[in-house]
Design a protein around this ligand. Structure first.
Ligand SMILES: C[S@@+](CC[C@H](N)C(=O)[O-])C[C@H]1O[C@@H](n2cnc3c(N)ncnc32)[C@H](O)[C@@H]1O
Length: 395
């Protein structure tokens, strides 16, 4: 189908029919069965999740108007073939830009998440028959549908902050025959009258785990959420709620999700001043290690980092601090601006990370109490604080 015909076919809101249940392995055309098969081959669908994914076609939860997320922008997907290929791929599908406001900068604000990430998160949630689940971020309704298929709709609760997104999800769920408990509202606030759930899954990224979320989960229950801090591009955390209402658990790999609305922050702080150049004592590409990001995020609160690949290989990083310092580094050159010597602080933190044994991301964990959250290394007693020397030394 050419692009013009595809655009006509997409004039309505209903997505075109794709071969969701086609036999796996058809040459040339990737099907939903191929996608599920890939998740099985990667070991992401244990127990009953395989049958559940097979029974809930992703296409039923993806509207006609969608965008593909590229590293620097979202591009509109035009034509039924392109739409079907995206739906049957292991890619996130952007379903809303700029909170639905027309003419905005084109920032993704709702999506149907990457299937392998959905499978990983549902696996970490460790559901068994009879558990009550609360999802924060209904989005397209796909995760809610998977949970309904696995547990029965009456045990599934899902909250979405955006009324237009919530309405589309409710319609898609009803068309597919699922009627979970849905609420339009801010998932950071307690769901009135919900009572305690056994599992909570957030499908939008949190900057911190609000204690209000923990208070909705019974002691012994689990919280699975993507966290994104100033220094992190995103990591999953799996917390077990304790008898005293706190929660403790490990980081479980990377996860890039759009932030919870009230947890949005601008990319970088604004910093002014003349630049001072110096040689880099550290390849900036090393900073992109997730273990270092968790370590540095705890050691350097208020410091934000973003990065970009540069032509010919390598990366350029920008770091800024809330006190008004900045530096940018690529290859061997560093420029520092404003207050302080931020790059020196970054390098110092890198050497501390090295002397802690360069721990991998899975060696870090998080404790959340009603006073806030703390990152720890190797065991919950090994809090990584700010300042010097309180984290446990390496091997
Ligand atoms: C990645 S999408 C969720 C994907 C969804 N689970 C699915 O199956 O399609 C993130 C969603 O979180 C929603 N969201 C953001 N902040 C929220 C909040 N405070 N409370 C509830 N939902 C929120 C966004 O509007 C967006 O629809």
């Amino acid at each position: 189908m050419d692009a013009a015909l595809g655009a006509q076919a997409f004039a309505g809101r209903q997505p075109p029919a794709v071969r969701a249940a086609a036999v796996r392995g058809d040459p040339g055309v990737r099907t939903y069965a191929d996608l599920v098969g890939e998740l099985v081959d990667r070991g992401l669908l244990a127990g009953r999740w395989r049958q559940v994914f097979e029974a809930v076609p992703r296409s039923e939860f993806v509207p006609a108007e969608v965008w593909r997320q590229l590293p620097d922008r979202c591009v509109s997907v035009v034509g039924a073939d392109a739409w079907g290929a995206l739906v049957n791929s292991d890619e996130p599908i952007v379903t809303q830009l700029d909170d639905g406001v027309v003419g905005g900068p084109g920032v993704a604000t709702s999506s149907n998440s990457m299937p392998s990430m959905v499978a990983r998160m549902l696996g970490l949630l460790d559901v068994e028959n009879g558990v009550r689940v609360l999802e924060i971020g209904t989005g397209t309704g796909y995760v809610a549908a998977l949970l309904c298929k696995r547990l029965g709709a009456d045990l599934v609760h899902s909250v979405e902050v955006d009324p237009a997104v919530a309405e589309l999800a409710a319609d898609a769920l009803a068309r597919a025959g699922y009627r979970p408990h849905l609420r339009v509202g801010d998932g950071e606030q307690a769901w009135p009258g919900l009572g305690l759930v056994d599992r909570l899954i957030a499908t939008c990224a949190l900057r911190f785990v609000p204690h209000t979320l923990l208070r909705q989960v019974r002691p012994g229950g689990l919280v699975v959420a993507p966290l994104a801090r100033d220094f992190w591009s995103g990591a999953l955390v799996r917390l077990r709620v304790q008898g005293d209402g706190s929660a403790v658990g490990p980081f479980c790999g990377g996860a890039t999700y759009m932030p919870m609305r009230s947890h949005r922050v601008p990319d970088l702080h604004e910093v002014r001043g003349r630049g001072r150049a110096r040689a880099a004592g550290l390849d900036p590409a090393r900073l992109l290690d997730r273990g270092f990001a968790l370590f540095a995020g705890a050691r350097l609160p208020g410091v934000r980092m973003v990065h970009q690949s540069v032509a010919g290989g390598g990366v350029r990083v920008w770091v800024t601090s809330e006190v008004g310092g900045a530096s940018t580094a690529s290859g061997e050159e560093v420029w520092q601006y404003g207050i302080g010597l931020l790059w020196e602080e970054i390098e110092q933190t890198w050497w501390e990370y090295e002397s802690a044994g360069r721990p991998g991301a899975e060696e870090f964990g998080l404790t959340v109490t009603d006073r806030g959250q703390q990152v720890w290394l190797r065991d919950p007693g090994g809090i990584i604080g700010t300042g010097k020397g309180e984290y446990p030394r390496g091997v």
